[in-house]
Each structure stands twice: as structure tokens, then as C-alpha cells.
Design a protein around this ligand. Structure first.
Ligand SMILES: [Zn+2]
Length: 245
């Protein structure tokens, strides 16, 4: 899960209409679901980390620091579940990149490299938004199966990233123009973490990805030389319960 820095609120005080925050959030974080990392060009929702449907969090409905971006799937799975900030990992507070492993089959699981208590936090987030839930598959008019859910879409992103690595970049290794094309393909495909995993052995491309996906470098969660994750997250905006991983 891509760690991000939302930064300071673009306006003084809270938003009276929370949807008004959408353009600023997209500008700071890119058009991607903050949880599943899908590219969502339309119908991306302002996501309330602590849900607006619970009376306890009514004061946070317009609060910038309570906003992320979410797709319909993550949003509807999360619904009005209570979110206790100390009990989950969050991409604006923690180094969520280190929390999960993405595989070639589209799966995502909690990293076994974490301590037991860290694994519990990572699993709580995974369950909160249902990242491992299979979704509906549908056939198009020609009977081809269309990937509607997050697992199948991650699998397709993996294949695209692998193609970029083994076919495009292999043609002209070290060529800056090809590297730039690979990064543009990643931005158009989404699933930052899948691309980072496929380019595990290429810190040059990984650093380009970290720079290209808005709000990622600013999180401070990656070493600028090696592209390796930095733990704990430096939490530059000093958000409460940040830096748990
Ligand atoms: Zn999502």
C-alpha cells in the first residue's frame, strides 16, 4: 500500500462541504484509491478515515487530516466500521509499503518480515478494506472474462509491469526515454506497489516511480538512494498515531 503525504490543508479551518476537498486530494495524492492503489479516473470518493457515519466522528466530517481517496469497493467494504487509529496501519501515517507483499497472482498478504504486533496492525487494515476479497467477474459481449475486482486487476498490472521490465526496458537498458515510458505506463495502470515489486532489482526505475506518483516521495518513506523503505515512517506532518511502522 503506497504511503503518502497529504500535507497541510489547502484552506484554514475545516471543509464545510467535504467533497470540495476532492481536487486538492487528487492533486496531492494522484487519481488512485489510497487503499487498493487502483487508478480511478472517475467516481473517486473523498474517504473519511474515521467514518462520517459514526456519531463519535461527526466533528471530523470536514477535517482535511481525516481524508483519503477511495474506490467504490474499498469504500463499501470499509463502510462505517470503527477505525481506531492506534489499531490499524494507514498510508498517511505509517510505512504501509513495508506492510504487505504483492505476488504475481494478484494476491496481497501481510509481510511475514513484520513483528507479530505489526502483523496484527497490517492485517486489521487488510480486513478493513477487504483487499483480498475476490469480486465479481463478468463476461463481455464476446464471452471474454473481464476483471472487475481488485485481485484480477492487480494480476493484470503485474503482467503489464513484467512486460515493461522484460520487453521494453530489456530492449534498451539504461535508456532514459524508455525508462520514462515505463513510468508513464505505470501511472496509467496504477497499482504502485505491484510495479515496485516487479522492479525490485532496479532502484533507478523504483526511484522514478516514487517521484512520479504524487505524494509518495514526500511521505519520506523511501530512501532516496536505494529506494528501500524507511521505517518507521517519518510522519512529517506529525499526525496522531503515525509512525507505527
Ligand atoms: Zn480501492
Amino acid at each position: 500500500m503506497r504511503p503518502i503525504r497529504r500535507g497541510a490543508s489547502p484552506r484554514p479551518g475545516d471543509f464545510s462541504i467535504y467533497r470540495d476537498a476532492l481536487p486538492d486530494l487528487v492533486s496531492r495524492l494522484g487519481c488512485y484509491c489510497s487503499y487498493c492503489e487502483r487508478l480511478i479516473p472517475v467516481q473517486l470518493a473523498v474517504e473519511h478515515i474515521q467514518p462520517k457515519g459514526l456519531p463519535a466522528y461527526q466533528a471530523l466530517i470536514g477535517r482535511w487530516d481525516n481524508f483519503l481517496l477511495a474506490c467504490v469497493n474499498c469504500n463499501s467494504t470499509k463502510k462505517d466500521k470503527n477505525v481506531v487509529l492506534s489499531d490499524v496501519l494507514l498510508p498517511d501515517r505509517d510505512n504501509t509499503f513495508s506492510a504487505y507483499l504483492y505476488d504475481a497472482g494478484g494476491g496481497v498478504q501481510v509481510s511475514p518480515r513484520l513483528s507479530v504486533s505489526e502483523q496484527n496492525l497490517a492485517l486489521a487494515t487488510l480486513t478493513l478494506v477487504g483487499l483480498q476479497q475476490p469480486g465479481p467477474a463478468a463476461a463481455d459481449a464476446n464471452g471474454r472474462l473481464i476483471a472487475l475486482d481488485r485481485i484480477k486487476q492487480r494480476l493484470e498490472a503485474w503482467l503489464t509491469a513484467k512486460y515493461a521490465r522484460d520487453e521494453l526496458l530489456a530492449l534498451r537498458p539504461g535508456d532514459a526515454v524508455v525508462a520514462e515510458a515505463v513510468v508513464r505506463l505505470a501511472l496509467a495502470t496504477g497499482f504502485f506497489s505491484v510495479w515496485m515489486e516487479v522492479f525490485q532489482a532496479d532502484p533507478g526505475i523504483r526511484n522514478r516511480l516514487i517521484d512520479a506518483f504524487a505524494g509518495t516521495r514526500d511521505s519520506g518513506c523511501f530512501d532516496p538512494q536505494t529506494s528501500a523503505p524507511v521505517q518507521p515512517a517519518p510522519n512529517p506532518d506529525q499526525l496522531p498515531n503515525g509512525g507505527k511502522l
